[in-house]
Design a protein around this ligand. Sequence first.
Ligand SMILES: Nc1ncnc2c1ncn2[C@@H]1O[C@H](COP(=O)(O)OP(=O)(O)OP(=O)(O)O)[C@@H](O)[C@H]1O
Ligand SMILES: CC(C)(CO)[C@@H](O)C(=O)NCCC(=O)O
Ligand SMILES: [K+]
Length: 244
Amino acid sequence: MILTVDVGNTRIKAAVFEENNVLENFVFEKNELEKKIKKILEKFQNCSDLVVASVGNIEKESFLTFENRLNVHFFTHEDVFPFHNQYATPKTLGIDRMILAAGATLQFPKKNRLVIDAGTCITYDFIDENDNYLGGAISPGLRLRYESLHQFTAKLPLLTFEEPENYVGNSTKQAIHSGVVNGFVYEIDGFIDEYRAEFSNFIIILTGGDAEFLAKRLKNTIFANSNFLLESLNQTFQYKIDND
Ligand SMILES: Nc1ncnc2c1ncn2[C@@H]1O[C@H](COP(=O)(O)OP(=O)(O)OP(=O)(O)O)[C@@H](O)[C@H]1O
Ligand SMILES: CC(C)(CO)[C@@H](O)C(=O)NCCC(=O)O
Ligand SMILES: [K+]
């Protein structure tokens, strides 16, 4: 049994795996990390490994307290990954993006693969059919768009997600919802169209906190898998064990 932990920019997500099956999922805040992991390990006493990817400000030291109970693996750029990293600055590539790319490479062999993670940021990661990781894009996520409009202007209120009534927003609120939500959807559909036009033998993986909502709104038909990062952590850890 393996406990996977994804420390994102906003929240922490975790899942317990038995081989390739998820037994249970968890979401919690950063200040609850130690308490929650303790609880999970009490419930799943057969966990042999704790596997972490962190892009947040939580470092390896935060997990060392569990080392007397199980093996702790904190993914870094030094680990073995199943793709050829062609990013011009491989050391600054987010470890979450590396895990997503690894999961896509392992789960969907010999395809052109685009992973879209709609979380705090939207990240796009492209791995070609020869397993070259080429890069992608980073842009603000849905909630970040609402927050930045408020934070960096004098007059715009802080709104939370609401389905826009129309693309022609007829009030301040409707104009913001239209700009944020429609802009978010158009951006992603636009990127997908670009990739589709250039590549055949192509698969798209959509994940992150806003994936389910997006899957319903995109004109491109894509299935969302909110658990893809945690599944990828589990698979990349297996890959590491087999290839170290
Ligand atoms: N309880 C929640 N807290 C924050 N965001 C939420 C919540 N529920 C849904 N969301 C949506 O999820 C998005 C954030 O995604 P996610 O939870 O994957 O981010 P994260 O934990 O910061 O992870 P990452 O940094 O890997 O993107 C926000 O844009 C927001 O619209
Ligand atoms: C883009 C985020 C913030 C998404 O979580 C993360 O992957 C990150 O901090 N990346 C570093 C920059 C890069 O990936 O090139
Ligand atoms: K993200």
